[in-house]
Design a protein around this ligand. Structure first.
Ligand code: 4AD
Ligand code: MG
Length: 460
């Protein structure tokens, strides 16, 4: 008989005869002639309690079951006599699929996140990480649903690219050159003899591709992995992360912010409604204020302020920040968090940043000093979204490429889009891991991605 997922069994309205459940032992208690065993199959947070009695032919083996062992049970789903659960299974037969030795690292006690990172291959088996990765899965679908409802098309932007979208030089090279014996020309490596006939790298953003498709299909988005060789070890940076990047034709910065705000509220509501069982774990054990923080995000109107005003607020705050702030400097996490957590106490959108700290593609404002950029800052994380209205005017775009030291030749196709039917358009990138940190109250980005990649760390 086919197994029924524990999640579905526990949602039963009525008792059910002759069911099959399979899972891993979480706990076991032996009494004189019964064993109470809780099994979990990863389909939900809650365990299924099963009761095996001495009439079972392999009862002696069942009594010796250890945490982490795998079993298959068949029996009847009946109303539980005990407290703490609605249903339990009275076992008719139980097969021990595999027995885990006592050295199994996930015994019942609670482990620190730091320790669990060293066994990232096993941590999804814990309550907390199981919940994180179920929520991650749900949120992925919610993102597609949000855009689909709004008529956006999903674009698969390439992972291997020849351009540096953000212009920050944080590129991982993609090459088949033999480092022991590289092809050379005038003393330098000759990339014309590399695999693609030129330098290539892993993408830092799907934006440039998304723009080309927005200018054809209207409203589009990408959702995929991006890579950055930033040598920073912070709790909100990883070298491989997933980004959601919508791009809208005929759209200015203000509409761009509208969509960002709508999207964050939609996804937060989705988690509150569709992941409430898993979410309770985080409210109980991770952040007591999580529920109210999330409700506040859904209910509040995001505060929108120009960068210049944000800087004034920070200077006047009298706070002793680790990094100085003045016009022309980028906001650091501590500044972002002050604005959203302490000053406005809700999500904040900072817009019109100085052009010298932003990439070439952002639209120059009439003041010639700032660009039509926007960042969405949220409590505990700081920057969740970075976006902008794009420079749609060919000559302005060419001079920005010049100013930022990028070659026009490499971007000929990008410039073409400004030659032929150019229109105002805008978009943004949402860091998917940062969104999961936000909705689960998780403090370290390494804990919301299955196998984190950071400087000096690529185990698993
Ligand atoms: O602000 P960023 O660099 O913007 C872009 O890449 C634009 N091309 C997006 C666009 O307009 N289409 O990155 C966008 C978001 C950040 O706000 C942050 O949430 C996340 O991506 N992010 C990272 N997340 C984890 N680890 C890193 N190293 C990240 N770098 C950026
Ligand atoms: Mg940014």
């Amino acid at each position: 008989m086919h197994r029924i997922k524990i999640h579905n069994l526990l949602k039963s309205e009525t008792p059910r005869a002759n069911i099959v459940a399979k899972g891993w032992v979480r706990t076991k208690r032996n009494s004189s002639n019964f064993s109470f065993i809780e099994i979990n199959d990863g389909s939900c947070l809650e365990n299924l309690q099963i009761i095996a009695d001495e009439s079972l032919q392999n009862y002696e083996d069942i009594k010796k079951l250890t945490t982490g062992s795998a079993v298959a049970v068949s029996g009847n789903l009946i109303e539980s006599q005990g407290k703490g659960q609605k249903w339990e299974v009275a076992v008719k037969a139980m097969e021990i699929i595999s027995l885990a030795p006592d050295s199994y690292p996930l015994q019942k006690k609670r482990h620190t996140d730091e320790y669990l990172r060293t066994i990232a291959h096993l941590r999804p088996r814990t309550n907390k990480y199981g919940a994180i990765f179920r929520i991650r899965s749900e949120l992925s679908f919610a993102i597609h649903r949000f855009f689909r409802e709004k008529g956006f098309r999903y674009i698969h932007s390439p992972i291997i690219t020849g351009s540096d979208c953000e212009g920050a030089g944080e590129l991982f090279k993609v090459t088949t050159i033999d480092f022991e014996n590289p092809p050379k020309k005038d003393g330098k490596i000759d990339y014309s003899r590399d695999f693609f006939g030129t330098e290539a790298n892993l993408t830092v953003s799907g934006q440039l591709s998304a723009e080309m498709f927005a200018l054809a299909l209207g409203d589009v988005y990408t959702f995929g992995p991006t890579f950055r060789a930033e040598n920073s070890n912070t709790r909100r940076h990883v070298s491989e992360f997933w980004m959601v990047e919508p791009e809208m034709a005929f759209c200015d910065l203000y509409e761009d912010v509208d969509i960002a705000e709508e999207m964050i509220k939609y996804l937060t509501t989705y988690v509150l409604e569709e992941c409430s069982d898993d979410l309770k774990l985080f409210t109980r054990f991770v952040d007591k204020n999580l529920q109210s923080t999330l409700e506040n995000i859904v209910q509040s109107e995001f505060k929108r302020i120009p960068y210049e005003e944000a800087v004034e607020i920070l200077i006047k705050s009298g706070k002793n920040f680790n990094f100085d702030i003045s016009f022309g400097k980028d906001l650091q996490t501590e500044h972002e968090r002050y604005l959203t957590e302490e000053f406005f106490k809700k999500p904040v959108v900072v817009y019109n940043y100085p052009k010298n700290i932003k990439p070439f593609y952002m639209r120059l404002n009439d003041d010639n000093k700032t660009v039509a950029a926007m960042d969405v800052l949220v409590p505990r994380i700081g920057e969740l979204i970075g976006g902008s209205q794009r420079e749609e005017r060919l000559s302005e775009l060419e001079s920005r490429l010049n100013e930022t030291g990028l070659s026009k030749d490499n971007y000929w196709w990008y410039l073409d889009s400004r030659r032929f039917g150019t229109v105002p358009h805008s978009g943004f990138g949402l860091g998917f891991e940062r969104l999961i940190m936000l909705v689960t109250g998780t403090n370290n980005i390494r804990d919301v991605i299955p196998f984190p990649r950071t400087p000096n760390s690529i185990e698993f």
